[in-house]
Write a protein that binds this ligand. Structure first.
Ligand code: IMP
Ligand code: MG
Length: 180
C-alpha cells in the first residue's frame, strides 16, 4: 500500500490561528495578574510543534515542562494512565497550560487532566491544536481549539503515523492507495 498525504490545514493557517490563541492567553493571564507561575506543559511527542509555536507568541513569563503518557482501555472504561515522564516542576498553586496535538476519543486527556488536577494547580487550561469531536468517547472539552477536523487520520505538525510525518509543516489527511 502506498501512502498519500493531502493538505488539510496549511502552515500559514496554523501559524495565524496559533497567534490568535496566544493573544487570548496573553490577555487572560495579564488580566489575572496574580503573581502565580504559569507552566506550559507539552504532551510529547505530538504537541512539540504547536507547543513551540505557541510559546514563541506568548509575552507573559512562563515555565516549560514535558510529559509523556499513554492510556489503556476501551470505549467503556478509560483504563489506567501510564506516565512515562511526569512533570519536573511542581504544579501546586500554579497555572497549568496543557498543550495537546489532538483530542480524539478523549481517553488520554480525561485521565491526564484528573492526574494533574490531583496536584492542586491554581488552574488548568487545555489548548489543543486539533479537535476531532466525532470520535469523542469521554467528555473532554478544550478551552482553546485551533481547528475542528473531520473523522479522518491526520498527520503533520507533530502528529505521526507509525512515528513518521511529524516534521511536515502542515496538517494533512493520510490515505492508503492500493498498488496494482
Ligand atoms: P485520544 O483518543 O483522545 O486519547 O487520543 C490519543 C492520542 O492519539 C492523541 O493525543 C494523538 O497523539 C493520537 N491521535 C488521535 N487521532 C490522531 C490522528 O488523526 N492522527 C495522529 N494521531 C492521532
Ligand atoms: Mg497526543
Amino acid at each position: 500500500m502506498k501512502e498519500k498525504v493531502d493538505v488539510l490545514i496549511s502552515e500559514e493557517q496554523i501559524l495565524k490561528r496559533t497567534k490568535e490563541i496566544a493573544d487570548e492567553l496573553n490577555k487572560h493571564f495579564k488580566s489575572l495578574d496574580d503573581g502565580r507561575d504559569i507552566v506550559l506543559v507539552c504532551i510529547l511527542k505530538g504537541s512539540v510543534m504547536f507547543f513551540s509555536e505557541l510559546a514563541k507568541r506568548l509575552d507573559i513569563p512562563v515555565e516549560m515542562d514535558f510529559v509523556i503518557c499513554s492510556s489503556y482501555g476501551d470505549s467503556t472504561t478509560p483504563g489506567a494512565l501510564k506516565i512515562q515522564k511526569d512533570m519536573d516542576i511542581s504544579a501546586e498553586g500554579k497555572h497549568i497550560l496543557l498543550i495537546e496535538d489532538i483530542v480524539d476519543t478523549g481517553r488520554t486527556l480525561k485521565r491526564l487532566i484528573e492526574y494533574l488536577n490531583a496536584k492542586n494547580p491554581a488552574s488548568l487550561t487545555l489548548c489543543t491544536l486539533l479537535d476531532k469531536p466525532d470520535r469523542r468517547e469521554y467528555p473532554v472539552q478544550a478551552d482553546h481549539v485551533g481547528f475542528v477536523v473531520p473523522d479522518k487520520f491526520v498527520v503533520g505538525f507533530g502528529l505521526d503515523y507509525a512515528q513518521r510525518y511529524r516534521n511536515l509543516p502542515y496538517i494533512g489527511v493520510l490515505s492508503f492507495i492500493e498498488q496494482a
